[in-house]
Design a protein around this ligand. Structure first.
Ligand code: XBP
Ligand code: MG
Length: 232
């Protein structure tokens, strides 16, 4: 196994409630009476990508909203405001890495294992989370950082994992992926990558068919090393 490819939201850190609150702050800031509670957000997480999620909410859950003419620009602007709120929240240090994650990153890196990121979240979100958690030079741990709109189709499509493997110059059988959600697992499996799942309160009832193993979290990192065969 040459490379570990990490999902971000829900995997590196339990971020989705931070995203949800940031969406709500953005809605309020531009005078929309939209408010995504946990139950609604749970449904909306079916769609990855914040801009795509806003459009999904408007199309499938909202009645009587008159879309502005430049709807795409409206969504992009709304999402940019949300990203400011979310990165501010991250920089306040409110969202730590999940148990075992920092140790896994530092020990695997020290053992010469290639590390990479494959996420549907916005690049600024990755930087803000990892600058706080790993320091200003966080990027040196990762040989590839696949995030945001760099690929045509977000998870569950495999595009982002293909992009990362291409960047790393590795084959799927040389990698393992770490994910938290059904969409993420479908994406990495469609790319042919052996995938381990750590669940969270948004994903615990999802289906993880095909996962190599499912964990509550990586607090017992030695067990994860044993199950996954990672040698550090
Ligand atoms: C999770 C997502 C993201 C976040 C919101 O990404 O689907 O869309 O929910 O972030 P992953 P943005 O699990 O692949 O890390 O608003 O920046 O999309
Ligand atoms: Mg995720």
């Amino acid at each position: 196994m040459k490379a570990i490819i990490f999902d971000v939201d829900g995997t590196l850190a339990d971020t989705e409630d931070g995203h949800r609150k940031s969406f709500n702050k953005a809605f309020a800031e531009i005078g929309l009476d939209w408010n995504w509670d946990v139950a609604m957000y749970d449904k909306l997480l079916k769609v990855t990508g914040g801009k795509e999620r806003i459009k999904y909410f408007v199309s499938d859950f909202l009645q009587g909203f008159n879309k502005p003419d430049n709807y795409d620009d409206f969504v992009k602007n709304l999402h940019a405001i949300k990203t400011v709120h979310y990165t501010t929240m991250l920089r306040e240090g409110n969202i730590p890495l999940r148990p075992g994650i920092k140790q896994l990153i530092t020990e695997a890196y020290a053992a010469g294992i290639t590390l990479a990121i494959a996420t549907t979240t916005t690049p600024q979100n990755v930087s803000a989370l990892l600058e706080v958690a790993l320091g200003a030079d966080w990027e040196h741990y990762f040989s590839a950082n696949g995030c945001g709109d760099i690929i045509p189709h977000k998870k569950p499509a495999p595009d982002i994992y293909f992009w990362v493997m291409d960047k790393l110059g590795v084959k799927a059988e040389d990698c393992i992926a770490l994910e938290d959600s059904e969409n993420g697992l479908k994406s990495s499996l469609a790319a042919g990558i052996k995938t381990y799942v750590t669940i969270n309160h948004y994903t615990r009832n999802q289906t993880f068919t095909g996962a190599a193993a499912v964990f509550d979290d990586l607090s017992d990192l030695q067990n994860f090393y044993k199950v996954s065969g990672i040698k550090v």
